[in-house]
Design a protein around this ligand. Structure first.
Ligand code: ZN
Length: 70
């Protein structure tokens, strides 16, 4: 089991926990805020996602010096 963090384009930060299961399964996860597909899988390692930070929820957590190009 491994835990990582993944950030959506909209700024939502998710904690991603990958767990090994006995069965291979297909699935996908879409961001609950913008609807963008974050990940699609087809394996015995199923990730699950927990929203830990909403975009703009904590301005102090924003890192300066990182400009977003569009
Ligand atoms: Zn999003």
């Amino acid at each position: 089991m491994s835990t990582t963090q993944i950030k959506c384009k909209c700024g939502a930060l998710y904690q991603r926990v990958e767990d090994e299961q006995p069965l291979e399964e297909k699935g996908s996860f879409e961001c609950g805020l913008c609807g963008k597909e974050i990940e699609r899988w087809s394996s015995t390692h199923w990730p699950s996602f927990v929203l830990i930070e909403k975009p703009g929820a904590s301005p102090s957590a924003r890192k300066s010096g990182r400009t977003q190009t569009s």
